[in-house]
Structure formats: structure tokens, C-alpha cells
Design a protein around this ligand. Structure first.
Ligand SMILES: [Zn+2]
Length: 227
């Protein structure tokens, strides 16, 4: 089963996930680890070349892995992929490999999961250059409302950085992002997605069950499935 049910808690971005009743997870397969998707209840996959683990020497091996896995039916999205100015190779190499992955996603009609650190100009110009029709989700978001607004106006989905989501000061941002563009994640940290849902539901003044339905609908829209 690789689609969530309406009553599930959806963890849109995680690492090292295992099956757990009532939780649906999108597990990230990083190309440098070359782990292939395995059918498991409540788990779907995103596969991508992470900028931290990209270098010229491994480039063709990583791209080869992506070609071998991108079409797999359990792989629902391409990523995490993106840009990082603090860690990773030159922006040129990051750009080339990002473009290749975005083209792969576009060809397959799969959405993308984006990692972006201190490289929003690079990322936004990639989006302008590539003009994707598939949805893109920015994971681990913890920026200011101005940045959120800029990203929302380009049509992106935003998933809040787990640690920030749990802090009281994230309430403003959680309320600011339209509920139909919001996602929640654990990013593989030792954090319970159910606690993140409870906190966000309280910020939004809705019940956890209502938030589950919103996220379920968001998931379907993110994948491009019309309800
Ligand atoms: Zn991650």
C-alpha cells in the first residue's frame, strides 16, 4: 500500500522510516546510499541526489541510480534535491544535477521535494528556467513570512522544519501558510509526527482529525491526483 488513508497522519519527509499503524510516511532514498524501494505498508518513497552527497567523481553513479529508480511505482516524488550554499559542491555542479533531476521528474509527471539552504536565488531561477508543471514541495521550511509569501506565489508547497513546528513561535507562520499548501514532517528525527500534528492543529484552531483530512487532500493534490 503506498497511498495514505484519510485517517492517517502523513509524514511527508522522513529518513529511516519503518511501518507504523496510522502513520503514512514518505521515506527519502538518497542516491549515494543506493537503497531501493521495498513494498511496505504505509510507506512511499522519494528518490534523489542530495547536494551534500554530490561530487564530480560520483556524479555518473548517482545519476545512473536515479535513472534506475525514478520510474519505480513506489517512488512518488523526486528528491530531496536542491541547492545548498553551506555544504556541497560548486553551484554549477549543483545546478546541472538539479536540472537533470527536475527534467526526470517532469518527464515522469512526478512532483519534487526540495532541499534549499541559503540559495533561494539559485532555486528560484531554476524554477523560472525549468517551468515545471509538476508540483514542488520545499521541505524543512523555517523562513520568514516574506520568503514564504514569495514561494507561495510561485505555487510551492511548504513543509515546516520539525523542530520549528514544535516551538510556540512557529504559530504565526503555520497560520500564515494557506492550509491547502502546508505539510508536516519529522525529517527522520526522533520526533513523533502525531505531536507535530497536535501542535499545528492547535495553532490553526482545528481538530487533529480535521488537519488529517486537509493533509490527505494536500497529498493527493501534490501528486497531481484530482479528487
Ligand atoms: Zn531530509
Amino acid at each position: 500500500m503506498n497511498s495514505p488513508r484519510p485517517g492517517d497522519f502523513i509524514d511527508i519527509h522522513t529518513h529511516g522510516a519503518s511501518s507504523s499503524p496510522g502513520i503514512f510516511r514518505v521515506e527519502v532514498l538518497m542516491a549515494h546510499e543506493a537503497v531501493r524501494p521495498v513494498e511496505q505498508r504505509g510507506i512511499a518513497y522519494a528518490a534523489g541526489i542530495h547536494p551534500w552527497h554530490l561530487n564530480e567523481a560520483d556524479r555518473s553513479r548517482l545519476t545512473e541510480f536515479m535513472r534506475s529508480v525514478a520510474e519505480h511505482p513506489l517512488v512518488i516524488a523526486i528528491g530531496e534535491a536542491g541547492f545548498d550554499r553551506l555544504r556541497g559542491p560548486s553551484m554549477e555542479l549543483q545546478r546541472e544535477v538539479f536540472d537533470e533531476q527536475a527534467e526526470m521528474a517532469e518527464k515522469l509527471g512526478k512532483p519534487m521535494v526540495i532541499h534549499c539552504v541559503k540559495a533561494w536565488d539559485e532555486f528560484l531561477s531554476a524554477h523560472k528556467r525549468l517551468k515545471p508543471t509538476a508540483n514542488w514541495l520545499i521541505h524543512g521550511f523555517r523562513g520568514k513570512k516574506e520568503l514564504a509569501s514569495q514561494l507561495l506565489s510561485r505555487g510551492f508547497y511548504l513543509s515546516i522544519w520539525f523542530e520549528f513546528a514544535l516551538r510556540p513561535e512557529s504559530a504565526g507562520l503555520i497560520r500564515f501558510i494557506p492550509a491547502d499548501r502546508l505539510f508536516l514532517e519529522t525529517d527522520g528525527a526522533d520526533t513523533d509526527i502525531r505531536d507535530i500534528y497536535r501542535k499545528a492543529a492547535a495553532d490553526l484552531g482545528v481538530s487533529t482529525d480535521e488537519l488529517k483530512i486537509t493533509m490527505y487532500n494536500n497529498y493527493k493534490k501534490f501528486l497531481g491526483v484530482r479528487s
